[in-house]
Ligand binder design. Structure first.
Ligand SMILES: Nc1ncnc2c1ncn2[C@@H]1O[C@H](COP(=O)(O)OP(=O)(O)OP(=O)(O)O)[C@@H](O)[C@H]1O
Ligand SMILES: [Mg+2]
Length: 312
């Protein structure tokens, strides 16, 4: 895999706050890289530093082996950015907004027409080309925001939380559109605090917390870090200390959490953990309303590494 963006020892401070603390990572050609972290962890700051929109205190950033500078226009023409805050012109309709942003890069009108047509199809705004931003729902507006950033077919695309507060239909449309962009050869950097999206979309993930990289790898690699094979949840169960101790003695058990009539048990390894637990509950005549088993999520990884939930 070819590295096309190289970030080395990047540190960014705001007065007393270290927003980014010595980050080093590569971005490889053709991948979807997820930057996952809770609010304030430094996702947007990382993107803005890479794009030379923010000064930083120390470190270096290279794109295509060239030092990234505010005036590196030869690199910038290959980059598309979709910012976290929507940035479109209220006085232009959907088509003209996309045309404006595409026109910053592509002068030829006919070429632009084709690009805009492709983009409108990709984000699914065919029925709304004459609509003004104010007339669009939140999800459609997000799609327009994305269209404006990608119409010139950039090779590298940064998307900063593009699915915040959108309806499920728009979210699916956006996620599928991003997969299509990768198929067309784009390299994508995707920030989010939704771990489900990362699992669906990303080839590789960097988990950020308080401006530091706390882990990176594929979703499977990250899950291996925490050494949990299975998580079993029992809802609607009343359990006493004595029984809890008995459960603790079951094989392969790693951790047990009993809170508000919900029992969450994590297992390190082993087969048939769920069946053995069901047998045990039956044997003890213990009623419950629901029992299910899951593979660990990235939230479990985050929880284990930081002691807190990703969503907090
Ligand atoms: N202009 C600024 N001045 C001072 N502090 C800032 C500024 N911009 C960001 N910060 C701080 O830097 C840290 C990182 O912020 P950043 O916006 O990069 O986080 P984020 O991961 O993008 O969060 P979110 O999910 O809320 O978008 C936060 O603690 C934030 O309060
Ligand atoms: Mg942000």
């Amino acid at each position: 895999m070819k590295s096309i963006i190289e970030v080395k020892n990047l540190t960014k401070e705001y007065r007393n706050l270290k927003a980014l603390n010595n980050l080093s990572f590569d971005i490889f050609e053709g991948e979807i890289l997820g930057l996952l972290g809770p609010n304030g962890s430094g996702k947007s700051t990382t993107i803005n530093c890479i794009l030379s929109l923010l000064n930083y205190n120390s470190g270096s950033i290279k794109i295509y082996n060239q030092e990234m500078q505010p005036d590196a226009y030869n690199i910038k023409k290959d980059i598309g950015v979709i910012f976290q805050d929507i940035a479109v012109f209220e006085e232009l309709n959907v088509y003209d907004n996309i045309d404006y942003f595409c026109g910053l890069y592509v002068k030829n009108k006919d070429e632009r027409k084709e690009l805009i047509k492709d983009t409108i199809k990709l984000v699914g705004l065919e029925d709304f080309i004459k609509f003004y931003p104010k007339q669009l729902s939140g999800g459609l507006l997000r799609r327009l925001n994305i269209a404006c950033g990608i119409a010139h077919k950039p090779k590298i695309i940064f998307l900063d939380e593009p699915t915040v507060a959108v309806d499920p239909q728009s979210r699916n449309n956006i996620l599928n559109g991003i997969k299509k962009l990768r198929k067309q050869g784009a390299t994508i950097i995707y920030t989010t605090h939704y771990m489900e999206e990362v699992e669906l979309l990303c080839d590789r993930v960097i988990i950020l917390d308080k401006g530091k990289i706390i882990a990176s790898g594929t979703c499977d690699e990250l899950k291996e870090l925490i050494n949990i094979e299975e998580k079993v949840t029992v809802e609607g169960i009343d359990i006493n200390k004595n029984l809890l101790k008995k459960i603790r003695d079951l094989k392969n058990l790693k951790n047990i959490n009993n809170h508000e009539k919900t029992l969450i048990i994590t297992y390190q390894k082993g087969k048939n953990n769920l069946i053995k637990l069901i047998d045990f509950l039956k044997q003890e005549n213990l009623p419950y309303s629901k029992i299910y088993s899951e593979r660990p999520t990235l939230n479990d990884v985050f929880l284990e590494l930081t002691g807190k939930d990703l969503r907090d």
